[in-house]
Write a protein that binds this ligand. Structure first.
Ligand code: MTE
Ligand code: MO
Length: 368
């Protein structure tokens, strides 16, 4: 067999692919998303062709030679960069997960999603390469009164978010590469913002400008979208952090197991630090055992866990619970209800997620 110039997986791996939502079926392709096959992911890095993708109005076809990034607003010197200008700066490479704040929202709908790809697949993890935003902001000279920045994409949606300056200066990156090659078109080619540990929608793809100001812009993406209902009927804005979460990927929905020795495996992650422990229950939450974490355990990164388990053949409910380096414990649904209202399309849904195994060995979403 000849070697392809750009390699592709074996034909026997053709089932490992992204999928659109089974539950919310879109009849158009403008606003859509496709999910990563977490049940097939080996290791913690999502291959470029499998990174989940979410776009609000199409995927632009941008020629990198024509792309520009403007930095303006409350700066001493507005700046305009070409891609080749940006790529001359010393680069930084970081491993981080990326999760859509809407990941899991279909868990609460009926009919609920069946597979872990559908319940949790708006989640990926990659090696991101780019330039720290702080370097370019320093060059532009940030006004002492600048407290927020508007980041805007060059797509049909002109998707934009207001982002606090503190976070931009702390660890935000202007990313042009993932896993060692230029970003794929659907992930923001040729340039995206990357905000570690925060909800995916602030990592603006196809980034064309950053404007500094003294307050947030209250965009559609910050009023009609990406807000969370509170128990008192008010809505919370700017809930950026992705709190600790975990899910069992094997066995998971639509799989079939046989009695005997199994290994429970899954992913845990936190936008506020690294994963400290993961506990697993096989009796619906009555008792928990600590799983083994598989290194490397990195900050704001997917972490694998595993726990050997002998399934005797009786119906069982299995779930995992992550604890992160801040001491935060992944909540139950009831824990979440104490601080937020669970209505409509729930964002930031990080509850402990159960799978049921029936006597025939079939694994199902135990929420739906
Ligand atoms: N310009 C632009 N940036 C965007 C979006 C978009 O539609 N347009 N979608 C956002 C959302 S909702 C998410 S979850 C992440 C997803 O990044 P990915 O598609 O690379 O996984 O991109 C964000 N950045
Ligand atoms: Mo998202």
């Amino acid at each position: 067999m000849p070697t392809d110039e750009y390699g592709a997986p074996s034909r026997f791996e053709a089932h490992v692919k992204r999928r659109r939502s089974d539950v919310l079926v879109n009849r158009q392709n403008f606003s859509d998303w496709s999910m990563s096959p977490l049940q097939s992911q080996l290791g913690t890095i999502t291959p470029n062709g499998l990174i989940f993708e979410r776009h609000h109005n199409g995927i632009p076809d941008i020629n990198p030679d024509e792309h520009r990034l403007a930095i303006h607003g409350m700066v001493k010197q507005p700046l305009l960069f070409t891609m080749s200008d940006l790529m001359k700066y010393p680069s930084v490479t970081k491993f981080h997960f990326m999760e859509c704040s809407g990941n899991g929202l279909t868990d609460w709908l009926k009919p609920a999603s069946k597979t872990v790809q559908q319940t949790h697949g708006l989640l990926s993890c990659a090696q991101w390469t780019g330039v720290p935003v702080s370097v370019l902001l320093e060059e532009a000279g940030v006004s002492p009164d600048a407290a927020w920045a508007l980041a805007e994409g060059g797509d049909g949606a002109a998707h934009a978010r207001s982002i606090p300056m503190k976070k931009l200066l702390e660890d935000a990156l202007l990313v042009y590469a993932s896993n060692g090659e230029m970003l794929r078109p659907e992930n923001g080619y040729p340039l995206r913002l990357f905000i570690p540990g925060w909800e995916g929608n602030v990592s603006v793809k196809w980034l064309r400008r950053i404007k500094l100001g003294d307050k947030p812009w209250h965009l559609r993406s910050e009023t009609a979208r990406y807000t969370d209902p509170m128990p008192d009927g008010k809505w919370r804005q700017f809930s950026f952090e992705m709190e600790a979460k975990s899910v069992i990927t094997s066995p998971s929905g639509n799989m079939k197991v046989r009695p005997g020795d199994l290994v429970i495996q899954g992913f845990a992650w936190s936008g506020n630090g690294h994963i400290k422990t993961v506990d697993v229950t096989t009796d619906g939450g009555r008792t928990w055992r600590e799983a083994r974490l598989e290194g490397p355990v990195m900050d704001k990164c997917l972490t694998r866990f595993r726990l050997p388990w002998k399934w005797e053949g009786a119906p069982a409910t299995i779930a995992s619970r992550a604890v992160d380096s801040t001491g935060y414990v992944q909540p139950t649904v009831d824990d979440i209800k104490k601080v937020r209202a669970i209505t409509g399309f729930v964002q930031h849904h990080n509850a402990i997620f159960p799978w049921s195994i029936d006597a025939s060995g079939e694994v199902k979403n135990a929420i739906g």
